[in-house]
Design a protein around this ligand. Structure first.
Ligand SMILES: [Zn+2]
Length: 205
């Protein structure tokens, strides 16, 4: 049984948002078309308290892009984004939400970031997504959303490590690209882990 996972398609990750992923809005139409072909659809939502440790603004003199030690874990600092209850944390307006079974929120602990929809970056906290998918009989997961080089990549790697047959729709994601080749590197990392990388056209035809 298959499930589509939509990672973090929220205002702050779209053009004009606080942590805009270049061309991030282009994934919405692709994801909406894919949703018609799945019975089980799950979304993840980055959902930070205002005092979250991944925000550069919460560290005196630090700027986005700098790396710090956050409670023992290496942390890239980001602009303030996806604060709980803010408009920036809402899902994209044009994203079809009508068939979603469940939303899994992540990043609530101020002391550790959570790129993956399954676990935080230290693997200390489990969101319950893996057990949920297994409880409804899901064996194959298909990953879409933002951003390819962070939350999408780590969600896909964790899905694969939990034993799900994992596929990324490469045309239903976009990268932050702090370095220009980060998207290609992320694809290579996923491929090396055994994750299938396909396009919407490959799936529909
Ligand atoms: Zn975040």
């Amino acid at each position: 049984m298959k499930a589509l996972i939509i990672v973090d398609v929220q205002h702050d990750f779209l053009p004009g948002g606080a942590l805009a992923v270049p061309k991030g809005d282009e994934v919405i139409a692709v994801i909406n078309e894919l949703q018609a072909h799945f019975d089980y659809i799950i979304a993840t939502q980055d959902w930070h308290p205002a005092d979250h440790g991944s925000f550069a603004a919460n560290h005196e003199g630090k700027k986005p892009g700098e790396i710090i030690d956050l409670a023992g874990t290496q942390q890239i600092l980001w602009p303030v984004h996806c604060v709980q209850g803010s408009q920036g944390a809402d899902f994209a307006d044009t994203l079809d939400k009508s068939k979603w079974q469940k939303v899994f929120r992540k990043g609530q602990d101020p002391k550790i970031d959570s790129y993956s929809g399954f676990f935080d970056n230290g693997r200390g906290h489990d969101t319950g997504l893996g057990d949920y998918l297994k409880s409804i009989g899901i064996t194959d997961v298909f990953i879409t959303g933002l951003a390819a080089d962070y939350c999408v990549k780590f969600t896909a790697l964790d899905a694969q490590s939990l034993g799900f047959e994992t596929t990324l729709f490469r045309d239903a994601t976009r990268a932050v690209n702090l370095q220009p080749d980060d998207f290609e590197k992320a694809l290579a990392d996923m491929k090396a882990a055994g994750i299938n990388i396909i396009t919407k056209e490959d799936y529909l035809h």
